[in-house]
Design a binder for this molecule. Sequence first.
Ligand code: PA5
Length: 424
Amino acid sequence: MSLKVNISQAEKFLSKKVTTLQENVNQVHEMIKSKSGKGNDYLGWLDLPFDYEKEELERIYALKKKYAKLDVLVVIGIGGSYLGAKAGLEFLKEPFKKTKPEIIFAGHQLSANYLKQLLKYLNKKDYAINVISKSGTTTEPAVAFRLLREHIENKYGKEEARKRIFATTDKARGALYQLATNEGYEKFVIKDDIGGRFSVLTSVGLLPFVFAGINVEKMLKGAQDAWQDAQDPSLKKNKAYLYAATRYALYKEGKMVEYLVGYEPRLSFFSEWWKQLYGESEGKNGKGLLVSSAQFTTDLHSLGQQIQDGLRIIFETVIELKKTDSLTIPFDQDDLDKLNYIAGKEISYVNEKALLGTQMAHVEGNVPNILISIDKLDSYHFGYMIYFFEIACAMSAYLLDVNPFDQPGVEAYKKNMFALLGKK
Ligand code: PA5
């Protein structure tokens, strides 16, 4: 089994069994399958585990081969054009292991410090750029790309720079499409019917993954299995829908804040991707769960108090990892730290007991708990989790009766910022 969902510590807080939502779930399932719900022109990600762009993937492999000796690939993008790739790299990268090329992100904020130091760092590096923007006019990546384009052209000359810039963008429209066409950059397409936050399994994610040496075939296999597991709407079988229906039922009973909790630091950026997916998809029309995240046991020493004892509007979705590296706690003659009672035990055993003890304490403190278990942090499970959370998100947003695929609220700050900057 690739992934398990246990709702026993959540369901006991509900006045009705989650399976009483089966009829609503069936209706939404039909709506998704027949593409008849709100935002139905953005369902291109639904069959992506099988329908990914094979020709583009071949070109990505060819590029990786051509630029096998690069020191750095700079990936420029923000939001859906950034978080999936970043989440995958963190999920799959062994800590402290240097990859070649090193993947560096830019255009995901407006920090002059960051960009200036990056340009300085790149002076001595052999590098290429993957600029990702569906619209091509998003301020943060556009600013970063201007600077980096100037830098790479100065470093290699305009001709060579052109070959080292790969643009992932709309198939026929937009500023980046236009520029890439004019300059002859290698182009990859973000299809019209795939929104940014659902685009990880397109070239938006696949290009950085291939350059980082990640096995994307296994990732796609994981996503295919998650697709398969999501075909039957029965809440007894469909784990993604079970998760979606449970969080919806908790929300309806006043548990308004969902924390995605991991006990592995490599999951922290996965939570950032998940927050965008659920926050942008559901947080509209005055509705939607507030999404937050925590990394335990680290954050038990900061957020633990509030979760245990603060406003009782929280529930937790915990990701449990079944297999980790083997490492035992050494025996110490003096035992000043009083740890000899667990000497010889695996660190993972201690982490597991921390998870269980925390779950018991939080449930006791009125914090419902959904437990999601996966075997390993590998590309198969990353692919599985991506599709699992995407399809669950569509179900969850439709249960709330909101359009999962638009984000009208994102425009408000831009309008003000552009007015303050004097944009015509
Ligand atoms: O999910 C989304 O649609 C957004 O987060 C976008 O991906 C983000 O705003 C970046 O947009 P673009 O790819 O057009 O630069």
